[in-house]
Every structure is written in C-alpha cells, then in structure tokens.
Design a protein around this ligand. Structure first.
Ligand SMILES: Cc1cc2nc3c(=O)[nH]c(=O)nc-3n(C[C@H](O)[C@H](O)[C@H](O)COP(=O)(O)OP(=O)(O)OC[C@H]3O[C@@H](n4cnc5c(N)ncnc54)[C@H](O)[C@@H]3O)c2cc1C
Length: 279
C-alpha cells in the first residue's frame, strides 16, 4: 500500500479498516439508496512491462455494507476550455504533449510542465519543470535566441552505488507533523495535522545533504564571481575559458566588419577548394 507509516498509523487510530488488494466492482443500491459496495480480488497491479494493468479474480467477490460511499481523488486533467482554439495536442491520458527538453507544446508559445505534462509525479519534479519552462520562455521571447543552443541537457549519470560511503549522511530522522488536539478525526474530514513549527522546518532543512551541486547556465552567467565567495564548501571556482578581451559597444562595428570579411573569405576559399577536389 503506497502510504507513509504515519499515514497508516493515523488511519488505524481513526478505526479505519484497511483491505488491501481489492478493486471496486459496483456500488450496491436498494430503493434508490446506497447499501454497500462489491469488490473483486486484485491479483496483480502491473503487467510484465511494469505498466499499470490490474488483473482481477472475478470469482473472488467481497461485499461490504455501507450507507455512504466516498470516492477518493483520482487524478486526471480537466482542461475545460483552457486550450480551445490552440494547437496544443493531448496524450490519451489527457496530459499535454510537449518536447521533453524544451517543454514546448505544439502551440509554439505554450510551454507545460508538472502533472499536466507527466501525469501524477512529485512536487520536486513539478518545481524542476517550472524552472526549465521559465528558461524556455525567457529564450523564446528573446529575438534570435534558440530554445536548445548551449542549453544544459541535464543528462545525469547515476551514482556508483557500490562505491559510495554514505555513513554519517542524513542521520537526522524525518520530522513528523503534530496533531491538532481539538480536532475530531472520527467525525470530520478536516486534516488533523498541524503544519511544521519553525524549529521543525529548521531541523528538516538540516537533513539536506548539502552536496553543493549546482548548474551554471553559461549564457546567463556574468562572471561576477560572487558565487565563489558565497559557497561555504569552496566548491565553486571561476576559470577563464577564453583569453579574449571584449570591446565596448561603440567600438564593435569595425570588429564585426573585419570578422565578417574574414569569414566570407574563408567560405569562398573552402568552396574553391571543393571545386578542385571534385575535378
Ligand atoms: C493526494 C496527493 C498526495 C501527494 N503527496 C505528495 C507528496 O507527499 N510528495 C510529493 O512530492 N508529491 C505529492 N503529490 C504530488 C504533487 O502534489 C504534484 O506532483 C504537484 O503538486 C504537481 O504540481 P503542478 O504545479 O504540476 O500541479 P498542481 O500542484 O496540481 O497545480 C495546478 C494548479 O493549477 C490550478 N488550475 C487548474 N485548472 C486551472 C484553470 N483552468 N485555470 C487556472 N488555474 C487552474 C489548480 O487549482 C492548481 O492550483 C501528491 C498528490 C496528491 C494528489
């Protein structure tokens, strides 16, 4: 059952009965009123390709009496008329089709990310997609900028788990939210959990491994070097990659003209060379 131990604990203290591996078959109704639910045994949830494809045993049926039936939230995207008249196209599960790198949809000035693109995932994924979509939009609105050129593809290599010493990391236990003592969990649907206190948030953030990993967008970095003085771990250093001095805008014209003539000359020379090679 995909739930945190404390969620199970909370459910049990509220006298919730847990029946795993049963799928709802139909709601039983008598004289226009609900009287129960019929469940069938679920034998497996995923198929051999790891896809959600539950298999049930029709012969194994269980009836549960009830005078109220609550359907828990199912996540599907309800677009309403948000994308009417646009070229945005959808997948069969109603998520928006988009380029996985640039997050651009079939409507060039619409970018998507998060659950609406991936289906249910994690908050951190949605945050990361939000950042990438913002980079795409920033580039999109700058005339002449490409969505992909010089962009960090964020291809990560997995850790060598056999050669890793994590002793000492994340030894602080996860914080648990306190409960609202005045709440009546058995007779209301109000969430009885409090938010974290300031002390709890401080403790929880201390659990961050603080590996110092950061990604610099070379196109946005001004090279001011402030980051090198901020990093407590001294993990950032600034290196001169090209030994060239820039020109102020007013003096740029002759430099560009000289470079353009040089470039044209090179192209012509290459073409002539090609003609002789063919002969
Ligand atoms: C019950 C549940 C528990 C979860 N637990 C966790 C967890 O413990 N950890 C974790 O990392 N993730 C968890 N998730 C997943 C996480 O919440 C999502 O992956 C994340 O919130 C997705 O962020 P999002 O910005 O893509 O979408 P959302 O957070 O869904 O934001 C979409 C926003 O768009 C608004 N909206 C919708 N339609 C319109 C419209 N037509 N016009 C204007 N606004 C609109 C919605 O009101 C909403 O505010 C959980 C999800 C659920 C449902």
């Amino acid at each position: 059952m995909p739930a945190l131990p404390e969620e199970l604990e909370e459910a049990l203290t509220e006298d919730v009965g847990i029946n795993n591996s049963w799928g709802p078959k139909r709601i039983l109704v008598k004289n226009g009123k609900v009287v129960g639910v019929e469940f069938i045994k679920c034998l497996s949830v995923f198929d051999e390709n790891g896809k959600f494809n539950p298999v049930y045993d029709d012969a194994n049926i269980k009836k549960v009496e009830a005078d109220k039936v609550l359907l828990s939230v199912g996540q599907v995207i309800e677009w309403g008329n948000l994308i009417d008249g646009s070229k945005v196209s959808l997948n069969t599960n109603h998520t928006a089709k988009a380029d996985s790198f640039t997050l651009q949809t079939d409507e060039p000035d619409i970018f998507v990310g998060g659950d609406v693109m991936t289906g249910p995932r994690f908050a951190i994924d949605a945050i990361s997609f939000g950042k990438e979509a913002a980079i795409s939009i920033h580039r999109y609105v700058q005339v002449g900028q490409s969505l992909t050129l010089g962009r960090d593809k964020r291809h990560f290599h997995s850790l060598d788990k056999d050669n890793l010493n994590l002793a000492g990391y994340d030894a602080i236990p996860r914080e648990k939210a306190g409960h609202d003592k005045t709440a009546a969990p058995k007779s209301s649907f109000k969430d009885i959990r409090n938010t974290f206190t300031a002390e709890q948030i401080a403790k929880e953030t201390e659990r961050c491994l603080g590996c110092g990993v950061t990604v610099v967008d070379e196109y946005l970095c001004l090279g001011c070097g402030a980051c090198t003085t901020r990093c407590k771990l001294d993990a950032i250093s600034l290196k001169r990659a090209h030994d060239a001095t820039g020109k102020v805008f007013e003096e740029l014209k002759p430099v560009i003209v000289r470079a353009a003539i040089k470039r044209k000359g090179k192209i012509i020379a290459k073409k002539i060379k090609g003609v002789f090679k063919k002969k």
